[in-house]
Write a protein that binds this ligand. Structure first.
Ligand SMILES: Nc1ncnc2c1ncn2[C@@H]1O[C@H](COP(=O)(O)OP(=O)(O)OP(=O)(O)O)[C@@H](O)[C@H]1O
Length: 428
């Protein structure tokens, strides 16, 4: 096992430090033990273990304690991180725990760190089958890569080419002790049903099932890489006018499979979840049918796509805002507006607008657009809506732009215009 592990880690990118995700189960105990044994080699990165305490199981404290005993014996530092793994509406408890776990593990990573988990070949085979049963395409059927970017570094799986019996043998030979999670026996969970009932039956007939399925996953990963390459090429020609947008007419000119392929890559690059098949088809239909400015909008959990003029915009769902919101600003200290994703500062005001906010007529208030606002530009009074239209600002952005008022006058449309001020006021 150690020889295979040494080879596997040599194929991983360099790292300053390895953080091992230690559940206390057999797989991660073997991984940590193996890495600790290799640790004496010249040039090995520093080693640290992280145990995520989900607080969900009656024995959760005992698992954390078990990890501590093991790490003390191996002289590997351990961090026990507690997380809130309560599921959101519509989320399964397993998905919530998994999400909280990977977030907590990513939070522990410093630049140059690598997260290592103990997924092995059987996990890979199960993942492929689960994805197949969900109707996944090549991206899902690629299952788990040997490594991928994660947090501020990367996430590697050095046991991915190893069989479970090899890990068990290593544990036996070294007298390792591990904990069993009794939820692993719950056949109500899809993965457990596959693991305990379906795969053993398949393995009787096809003894090298795990290797064969892992090979199929590798072939899918290769096909997916080519699709992603094609998508990246297509995205170059699809770029819309505004940064990060796509041109609707250019998308229309592609055949449907290429449209789908390019859009999936676009969401992936933006870190947004892809929609399910129904939502994707609804979007493609709107792309085909809507005219400019007819309000293309398709939403799904975690993302929304909107059309404005000829461009397609994708974003995380916009939080609802109260148009009556008013913030007061002293024009000196930074004013964070998290609902708008903006922080106002005197320095930024000077940079963007050449204005010293503290010199504006007090009190300074920040408001949102309610309709009917005007701004004097170069001596001419203009309706704000018209200015937004001329500048091509999409409607959903217009309502989120801070409007800084000096007394009762609109003085600054943040990032865009500085409305005419009485001679000399506020300007440096
Ligand atoms: N509580 C935990 N704390 C730290 N690391 C963990 C914890 N649970 C699991 N891990 C790491 O994640 C690996 C996979 O664990 P497990 O198979 O239970 O995950 P899963 O829920 O099936 O999801 P996935 O396989 O997608 O991570 C483990 O081998 C271990 O390295």
């Amino acid at each position: 096992m150690l020889g295979a592990l040494a080879q596997a880690v040599e194929r991983l990118p360099p790292a300053r430090r390895w953080l091992v995700g230690l559940s206390g189960g057999l797989d991660s105990v073997v991984l940590l033990h193996g890495l600790a044994q290799l640790g004496g080699r010249v040039g090995s990165p520093g080693l640290r273990a992280v145990h995520v305490h989900h607080g969900l199981h009656a024995r959760a404290d005992a698992w954390a304690q078990h990890c501590q005993v093991l790490c003390d014996a191996l002289e590997v530092p351990l961090d026990v991180v507690r997380v809130d793994a309560r599921p959101h509406r519509g989320q399964s408890p397993e998905a919530a725990a998994r999400h909280a776990r990977y977030q907590a593990l990513a939070d522990q990573m410093a630049p140059g760190d690598a997260l290592l988990t103990a997924h092995h070949r059987r996990d890979q085979a199960e993942t492929l089958l689960l994805q197949l049963l969900r109707g996944a395409g090549p991206a899902g059927l690629s299952a788990m890569p040997r490594w991928q970017p994660h947090g501020s570094g990367w996430h590697g799986r050095p046991l991915l080419d190893m069989d479970r019996p090899m890990l068990e043998a290593h544990a036996r030979e070294n007298g390792l002790v591990w904990v069993e999670d009794d939820s692993n026996g719950d056949l109500g969970l899809d993965r457990n049903l596959l693991r305990h009932e379906v795969m053993p039956r398949l393995r009787q007939r096809w003894p090298s099932l795990d290797t064969t399925l892992a090979r199929a996953a590798g072939l899918q990963a290769e096909a997916q890489e080519l699709l992603a390459e094609r998508a990246r090429e297509d995205l170059q020609t699809l770029r819309g006018e505004a940064a990060g947008t796509l041109s609707i007419p250019a998308i229309r000119a592609l055949r449907r499979p290429r449209q789908r392929n390019a859009l999936r890559e676009w969401w992936r690059e933006k870190g947004l979840p892809a929609p399910n098949q129904n939502r994707l088809e609804a979007l493609l239909q709107q792309i085909r049918d809507v005219g400019p400015d007819s309000g293309l909008l398709v939403t799904w959990p975690g993302a929304e796509v909107r059309g404005y003029r000829d461009s397609l915009h994708a974003m995380a769902p916009l939080p609802l805002l109260d148009p009556a919101s008013v913030w007061s600003w002293d024009g000196i200290r930074d004013l964070a507006l998290p609902e708008l994703g903006i922080t106002l500062s005197a320095q930024e005001m000077l940079r963007l607008h050449g204005l010293e906010p503290a010199l504006l007529e007090p009190p300074l208030t920040v408001r949102l657009r309610r309709g009917g606002e005007t701004c004097r530009l170069r001596g001419q009074t203009r309706i704000l809506k018209k200015l937004f239209q001329e500048a091509g600002i999409p409607p959903w952005e217009r309502d989120r732009i801070p409007l800084i008022h000096a007394g009762d006058r609109l003085a600054v449309v943040w990032g865009l215009w500085c409305c005419d001020l009485p001679a000399g006021a506020g300007r440096r």
